[in-house]
Structures are given as structure tokens and as C-alpha cells.
Design a protein around this ligand. Structure first.
Ligand SMILES: Cc1ncc(COP(=O)(O)O)c(C=O)c1O
Length: 389
């Protein structure tokens, strides 16, 4: 059956792709080894440095974010290396699983999936590691499965306070270009990101930002790698080229996305996400439901994960909302499957789109027989009115 109007893609990535980016992607593919390509590649590589807020190194892979996770680890480690990870949620767990599969030895600090990584616990573990056997600390910036943000600069300070030389690796796949992230100023060594969230592109590109120190570490790291090798990339990248066929059309889109982010201003982009996040949480609380993230100050502006009342299926509610209002909401992942639904409010998004989304959720709750107090959408509107950008 035809569904009139636009589909509401309110999952926390992929986010809706703006027409301007779709048009850029629709240009003719060119020879990636020809003279015209250099400008495309160079612009993307330089532009991503401005988004990561780094003067150091950025690499672009034709892959999903999982590939960039792997690239971060295989370039910097040798078989059996110990790394410290913090389980903020499903994605932190999955990065740990990947680490184990490629022959690393991850030590996991367990979390309750309701907040970001805890700098104090990281500092304690590092202080206890007197022999400096831990090679890296890996944390997820914006945990997309829970809607919690980890305090990255505090984690760097904790590592420094412990006097530990481990590299700081950060998954900012769903944080970059939506939540403040400062690669150089925060002393991050490797950051991992993807195209399909704050960058407003379709899935298919992933990124590593890499400190000069991590580039040096890569020279000694002996895990097998070929496709992901930073040093193989760095050579051709100097002139805007790639060692293998890049995703040319996604790079056109990326260059458009970078322009759009700078036209709005990165700080304005972060404020917009924070404002929409605050309004979404106000709606959830007015409905009498619980926001999964329960650490004040760590709630995400990218998405809001909502706990269903006991005995009610989040997946049945999402299915109903899709059927009635043509809106896709994010599902609960692994440990919180069917217990949680996620409202994505990221990317090319504004106050009225948020209001439509929250209206759809409120009507969906009613149509699914989920106990709640009506008026959440109004509570969100009050926040948006009071904080008009
Ligand atoms: C925080 C985070 N890390 C990693 C991933 C995995 O990325 P991908 O699905 O692009 O491989 C995702 C995907 O949603 C994510 O949100």
C-alpha cells in the first residue's frame, strides 16, 4: 500500500540523507586515478580533519563502522596484546568481541548500560597495571544502544593521572558531527567513525583519525593487516589518492556534508542535538516512562533510549508505530532487546521533525495500549519554545 508523505527514519543511524547530499552523490563517477580525482580526495581528507578537530592523520575506508573498529586495532597491536575496554552497552561489547576474534586479550570493565565509561574505574585499573602491559584503553563516545555519552577528556585526564602510556581509542561512530569531539585537544590517539550518522550520508564510509604517536606504534604492531593498513593509505593520500578503489560517489557526498556542517557551524550543530535531546527526554518523562541513561549530564543528544513498562513489548510497539505512522524507531539491542526502543534525533534534523517524531511516539503508545500519561509532546514543545535557536 502506498504511504503518502515522507517516511520518518528515526533510528539512531543511518539518519535521513538530505537532498543536497543525494544530489552530490548522484554526479557521474570519475576515474579515481585520473587528474580530477585528486581534488575530491584531498578535500575529503582535509575536511574530515576539520570535523575530527585534528591536525594529525585521517584515513577514509570504503566500509561500515565495524571495519574502522578493526582498522584501529590491527594497526596498533600485536597478537595477544592486552587492552582495556569499558562495556557501556552493545557496541562496546561488540568491539570487545571483535578484539578477541583478531587475537587480542581485552580486559572488560563491566557497566550497567545506563551511563558512560567511568574515568575513576579506568584510572584504578591503569594504576594497578604497574608493568604497563595494557596497550590501549578503548571506549565508546556515544553508546548508540543506550543513549549515553562517555566523558572522553576526563578519561584522558585519568590516564595521565595514572601515568600510563596506553593509547586512547574512541569509537565516535554515532558521536562525531553531533556531539562535541576534539581529537587533538582531548589527547585521543585513534578515533573511529562512520558516514551514516551525524555526517548525514548513506552507510558505506568509515574513518580513523590517528595521532602521530599511534602512527609510530603502527610500525611495530604485528597483527596481520593489508586492506586496513594506515601506512599503505598514507602514501597515496598525500596527493588525494587511495591505494585501492575509493567510494567515489560517497566522497562527493562527504564533501557536501562537510560544507553543510561548516555552514551551520559545528557548535550550532552540537547545540541543536543537545536541545533536541533535552526535549525528547522531557517528553519521555512526561509520559511517565524512564530514559535508559540515568546519569545526569551523560544523556545523548543523538538518541533517546526509552524503557518500556514491565510486561509491554518494545518491538510490538515499534511495529505498530511503523504500520500506523510510517515511522521507524530503533530497537533494543542484545541485553535490552524488546525492553527498550530508541528515538533517533540526529543528523539533518530540526525542531518540527522532532515534534512530528514525538507525536508519532505518543500516538503509537496510545494505539499499542502502553500505559502512559498523555502530554509528552507538549512538554517537548515547551522546552523547544523556551530555547528557540
Ligand atoms: C557506536 C557504534 N559503534 C559501532 C557501530 C557499528 O557500525 P556499523 O554498523 O557501521 O558497522 C555502530 C553502528 O550503529 C555504532 O553505533
Amino acid at each position: 500500500m502506498r504511504q503518502p508523505g515522507r517516511h520518518f527514519l528515526q533510528i539512531p543511524g543511518p539518519s535521513a540523507v538530505p537532498d543536497r547530499i543525494l544530489r552530490a552523490i548522484g554526479q557521474q563517477t570519475i576515474d579515481h586515478r585520473g587528474p580530477d580525482f585528486a581534488a575530491v580526495g584531498q578535500r575529503a581528507l582535509d575536511g574530515m580533519k576539520s570535523i575530527f578537530r585534528t591536525r594529525q592523520n585521517v584515513f577514509i575506508f570504503p566500509s561500515s563502522g565495524t571495519g574502522a573498529w578493526e582498522a584501529a586495532l590491527v594497526n596498533t597491536h600485536s597478537p595477544g596484546d592486552r587492552i582495556l575496554m569499558f562495556e557501556t552497552g552493545h557496541f562496546a561489547f561488540m568491539w570487545g568481541k571483535l578484539a578477541r576474534r583478531i587475537g587480542l586479550n581485552p580486559e572488560i570493565i563491566e557497566g550497567d548500560w545506563r551511563g558512560g565509561a567511568d574515568p575513576d574505574q579506568i584510572e584504578d585499573r591503569l594504576r594497578a597495571d604497574r608493568a604497563h602491559g595494557i596497550r590501549a584503553v578503548c571506549v565508546v563516545h556515544n553508546e548508540t544502544s543506550t543513549g549515553s555519552v562517555s566523558p572522553i577528556s576526563e578519561i584522558r585526564k585519568a590516564m595521565d593521572a595514572a601515568g600510563h602510556p596506553a593509547l586512547l581509542m574512541v569509537d565516535t561512530i554515532s558521536g562525531l558531527a553531533s556531539i562535541d569531539f576534539q581529537f587533538d585537544d582531548w589527547g585521543v590517539d585513534v578515533a573511529v567513525s562512520g558516514s551514516q550518522k551525524g555526517l548525514m550520508l548513506p552507510p558505506g564510509l568509515s574513518f580513523n583519525a590517528v595521532s602521530d604517536r599511534a602512527m609510530e606504534t603502527a610500525k611495530q604492531a604485528s597483527l596481520p593487516r593489508s586492506y586496513w593498513d594506515w601506512h599503505d593509505m598514507a602514501g597515496p593520500n598525500k596527493t588525494g589518492y587511495f591505494p585501492y578503489t575509493p567510494a567515489t560517489n560517497l566522497l562527493y557526498g562527504l564533501n557536501e556534508a562537510i560544507d553543510m556542517l561548516h555552514e551551520e557551524g559545528l557548535d550550532a550543530v552540537f547545540d541543536r542535538h543537545a536541545r533536541n535531546g533535552a526535549a525528547a527526554r522531557a517528553a519521555v518523562r512526561a509520559w511517565g516512562l524512564e530514559v535508559l541513561c540515568n546519569r545526569q549530564g551523560q544523556e545523548s543528544g543523538v538518541l533517546t533510549a526509552v524503557l518500556m513498562p514491565e510486561g509491554h513489548s518494545a518491538d510490538a510497539f515499534r511495529a505498530k508505530t511503523l504500520e500506523l505512522y510510517d515511522m521507524s524507531l530503533g530497537n533494543g539491542l542484545s541485553k535490552v532487546a524488546d525492553r527498550v526502543f530508541r528515538i533517533g534525533h540526529l543528523g539533518d534534523f530540526n525542531d518540527l521533525m522532532l515534534m512530528a517524531t514525538l507525536s508519532g511516539v505518543e500516538m503509537g503508545l496510545a494505539n499499542s495500549g502502553v500505559p502512559h500519561t498523555p502530554g509528552g509532546a507538549q512538554a517537548a514543545m515547551d522546552i523547544l519554545k523556551a530555547n528557540a535557536a
